[in-house]
Write a protein that binds this ligand. Structure first.
Ligand SMILES: Nc1nc2c(c(=O)[nH]1)N[C@H]1C(S)=C(S)[C@@H](COP(=O)(O)O)O[C@H]1N2
Ligand SMILES: [Mo]
Length: 556
């Protein structure tokens, strides 16, 4: 094994141990962020928006695994280089480790809810331990002497050979062979690697355990309405507030066809889109929602304050602008919350008061992510919600616990801020998170429909084949769905399920009498105003995909 590889291994072993210890600390304490995740988050945030968008288009949902793989390889290469640098120029190597510590600390402290002092201590401590282990490994490998020797004379020093090596090491380095401690080097290096990997695995396991425990949200409990005449906090009479709930979903809203998605998507399969690597853990007792900016009366709400306002349940379909035609980034939830218009009213915002200065409603998350849309959409009568419940339970952490926005009719990136901490009214000049990254400023959801019960390339048997799925254009409802079995030359009207609300998707099915042959199936939907979805194809970027979902099948 060459000296270079030994030095590289020493660096890698030290780095793995350092990373492992830091991950273990993260697993043991929720307020110490994962260094790796924080670094990945910074990479995402610092990559130019256009590149991120290209990456998403190119890699799809593989974008995160590819990024993680690149980062792991990159980290190992850096560690190997530092190991070699430590042989040639210890001062430079130490400087390198200090720079790494600085970057890691900065990335970690940028995460929300961080305990700064222990985080810094852990990162610096882990890196120091890693560096010490690397140094000890270099010594075991014979690449270091305890006392520096005279600089190599003309007696055959190898060009570029580190001047601080002792004679034995110089020989080893020059020969590229290992003359000393081969066995102890491998044992020691191997142990450090294994210890690092065990710590890493344990840390990951512990933090995943926390996430898994948090994955099952509690049933939502809204405090019972105060009885008429009960004394309120101010000593006055508390008004009885209404908590509207919805009846069980109409059975007619669900068509009994194999492969049909549930009309209300279970939280566990609700689609998920995050700019953040990990969901912020919000302490609901100290959480506050501020209404600020161009408002007459800036106010703050606690979680309890919201629960004591009139609440309601609403069925609203949420969709992501990145959803390709036929894709799965769309789900339907039964949300519980307070009307956004009621929250705004407390801040003195009403429809007739919208001005240039308050044209945009920006929702800001505890981690700084933002969305923004026309304030008037919150006040035009639609059931835009400050939501704290999904399908009868508290919001799952991944879906924005404790509170998020849900606005029917516009894509999530402009409206559906999770882990909401601030609503700011401002002018139209402010560009929210994805607008800064080249997505379009307004995000009305395009009318779409999807074939769910038959797959692309499927081989079917002749006979009746139910071609079914969902169609949606939240807030404009669906009035008609048509299916073509001849690539769009002719269209057949599908049978529609009832629609839970104008803000939800709607199931359809067309019972096709399939004869042997090859077919191109298509679907198209018409909204409540009689507008049929456009056949013109567009990719998701910058304003949402369009075109008819099209699949090929063979019937035998
Ligand atoms: N804080 C925060 N809120 C967010 C996002 C985010 O990355 N961070 N993603 C948005 C996007 S792009 C969409 S499509 C929806 C997705 O909501 P879901 O993950 O609950 O389905 O949330 C929106 N809210
Ligand atoms: Mo999205």
């Amino acid at each position: 094994m060459s000296a270079r590889s030994r030095a590289g291994i020493a660096g890698v072993a030290g780095a793995v141990l350092a990373f492992g210890l830091a991950e273990l600390a993260h697993g043991l304490s929720g307020s110490i962020p994962s260094v790796f995740v924080s670094l990945a988050q910074q990479v995402i945030e610092r990559t130019p928006g256009e590149l991120v968008t290209r990456g998403i288009e190119l890699l799809g949902t593989a974008d995160i695994p590819v990024l993680v793989a690149c980062m792991i390889v990159g980290a190992l290469v850096v560690a190997a280089i530092l190991g070699n640098l430590a042989v040639r120029s210890p001062a430079l190597a130490i400087a390198g480790v200090i720079i790494l510590a600085g970057i890691a600390v900065a990335a970690a402290l940028a995460e929300p809810f961080v305990d700064a002092a222990p985080t810094v201590l852990i990162i610096v401590g882990a890196l120091a331990i890693g560096a010490v282990i690397t140094e000890m490994l270099l010594r075991t490998a014979g690449l270091r002497s305890s006392k520096p020797v005279e600089p190599a004379g003309g007696d055959g020093g190898t060009p570029g050979m580190p001047p601080t090596m002792d004679v034995r090491s110089r020989e080893a380095y020059a020969e590229g062979g290992m003359s000393v401690g081969r066995r102890s080097f491998l044992m020691f290096g191997g142990s450090a690697l294994v210890a690092g990997l065990v710590a890493l695995g344990l840390g990951r396991f512990l933090s995943a355990g926390g996430a898994a425990a948090a994955a099952a949200p509690k049933r939502l409990k809204i405090p019972a309405e105060p009885k008429k005449g009960e004394t309120g906090e101010g000593g006055g009479l508390k008004q009885a507030v209404e908590h509207q709930t919805l009846p069980k979903p109409d059975p007619e809203a669900s068509l009994d066809v194999p492969g049909m998605p549930d009309v209300i998507t279970p939280a566990s399969s609700f689609y998920l889109i995050d700019a953040a690597f990990t969901s912020p853990r919000v302490d609901v007792n100290s959480w506050k929602l501020s209404i600020k900016g161009a408002v007459d009366n800036p106010v703050q709400f606690s979680y309890k304050d919201l629960m004591e306002m009139p609440t309601r349940e609403s069925d609203i379909t949420l969709s992501c602008v990145s959803n390709p035609v036929g894709g799965g980034l769309v789900s339907n939830g039964r949300w519980t919350g307070v009307l956004l218009s009621d929250v705004l009213a407390e801040a003195g915002v009403t429809r007739d008061k919208i001005s240039r200065a308050s044209r945009q409603l920006v929702g800001r998350s505890v981690d700084g992510w933002t969305s923004g849309f026309e304030t008037k959409l919150a006040l035009d009568g639609r059931e835009a919600l400050v939501a704290f419940g999904l399908n009868g339970s508290e919001l799952p952490i991944k879906h924005g616990y404790p509170v998020r926005l849900v606005v029917p009719g516009i894509y999530g990136y402009v409206s559906a801020t999770k882990w909401l901490s601030e609503i700011e009214l401002t002018n139209w000049n402010f560009d929210a998170y994805w607008i800064q990254r080249t997505w379009s400023k307004e995000g009305p959801i395009k009318t779409q429909s999807r074939i769910d019960t038959v797959g692309d390339g499927e081989n079917l048997s002749a006979g009746t084949v139910p071609i079914g799925g969902v169609a949606w254009v939240p807030h404009r409802s669906i009035s008609k769905v048509e299916v073509s079995t001849d690539g769009g030359s002719s269209w057949n009207e599908a049978r529609l399920a009832s629609q839970l609300s104008e803000d939800t998707w709607r199931q359809y099915v067309y019972d096709w009498d399939a004869k042997p042959g090859d077919y191109t199936l298509q679907v198209r939907a018409t909204d409540g105003e009689g507008q049929t979805q456009t056949a013109e194809t567009a990719p998701p970027h910058p304003s949402g995909a369009s075109g008819y979902h099209t699949i090929d099948v063979s019937v035998a």
